[in-house]
Design a protein around this ligand. Sequence first.
Ligand code: EPZ
Length: 416
Amino acid sequence: MTKIRIRKAERLKGNIAIQGSKNTVLPIMAATLLSSGVSVIYNCPAIEDVSVMCQLLECLNVKTQMQDNTLWIDTTRAEYAPLPAELTTKLRSSVLLLGPMLARWQRVELGLPGGCAIGLRPIDIHLQGFLKMNIDIRVVEDKVLGKSYYLQGGVIQLRFPSVGATENLIMTAVAAKGRTILRGAAKEPEIIELCNYLISMGALIEGVGTDTLLIKGTKELTSSDYCNVYDRIVAGTYLLMASAIPSEIRLTGIDDIHYIKNVINVTARLGVNVIRRDNALLISSMGQVQGGEFRTGIYPEFPTDLLPVLITVLAQAKTYSRIEETIFENRFSIVRELNKLGATCEVDDGIVRTGGEVELKGTTLCATDLRQGAALVVAGMLSDGTTLVTNIEYIQRGYEDIVRDLQRIGVQAEYV
Ligand code: EPZ
């Protein structure tokens, strides 16, 4: 089934258990290569990106098994192998195997990473960091080739706090000789979770949660288990959705509310009331979005991954909005699709202007990336009649089952 059909939603009521985080579990899967043994990851989302990461690990003779959101990874007999572009281009996070492979085998050959088409997505920050750790690494045609006689810690200043580069360099530094100082590091929750996981393996990391990390390399890393946190972007999708439709919903599995404070603050401006009870968020709203000025940014600012959903809910607000994207240069494919529904979104130089008295009317929409695809489903819920979203394989890369989740709060959605 490659399409989702959605009807306009008049009211949302019910519970959704939020799935485990995609962007947390992918680097942790890569980090299991840093030791030999079995690691168990709980609350692992059953999504396409996780299954491609398993296939990549299996190319390295790692055994993986997934059952009921528990993932077993056995790296005991891991063996070096080049990783082919046919697989690495299927996801951006394939690039996160560079650091662990260099740490384990002092060499790597990996096809260039893929990922959503939301901008250029170069890997220069990763490579510049590796060069400071005595690693000879370069891109040759469609491959990254790297080798080192011994990994040596160094002082690394990132020119931008790239999430992936920070993760890669941390995973290399924990196994390198001597100390690494990583300045200008990303501070996203995914980095904190990765550091804490590495510490549970025996890594020595100071400054977790700040932009300066001090890492002492060690050879003594041992396998460790990990209980994955909730997916803050999936939870954020449902929070934003509630701003545009009268709602009384409960999101469960929210074990650390800090990770989603930035989204809660924005949805409060959109008229959503959130109460925390134990590990759940009780959400209520009248469904009358007010427009305003918003911008995405590096954590703890509002996440770029929620930009398409934010634009969608603001597109039918009575007042106008200005939304600025500051991370990716080409994350606006949502605009064309929303305008097919009757919205009046304009994009110019990284800024979207939208809103006004528009009536959205359902039609066929085409997903072209993960987060835009999820936003199209939300757009269907706001549009009169029926909307069909095609190419839903993009959505399935990161949302375990968006139709199941929406049905739980009374939305008429189905796979067709
Ligand atoms: C992670 O991507 C996430 N992906 C993205 O989520 C998220 O949008 C992004 O961080 C920003 O929060 C995963 O965690 C798997 P970056 P990543 O390196 O690590 C530029 C989703 O939908 N840059 O922080 O690839 C880059 O072009 C995905 O789940 C360089 O110039 O993001 C971008 O403009 C989409 N050179 C900015 O930095 C580099 O070497 C941020 O990229 C690396 C990045």
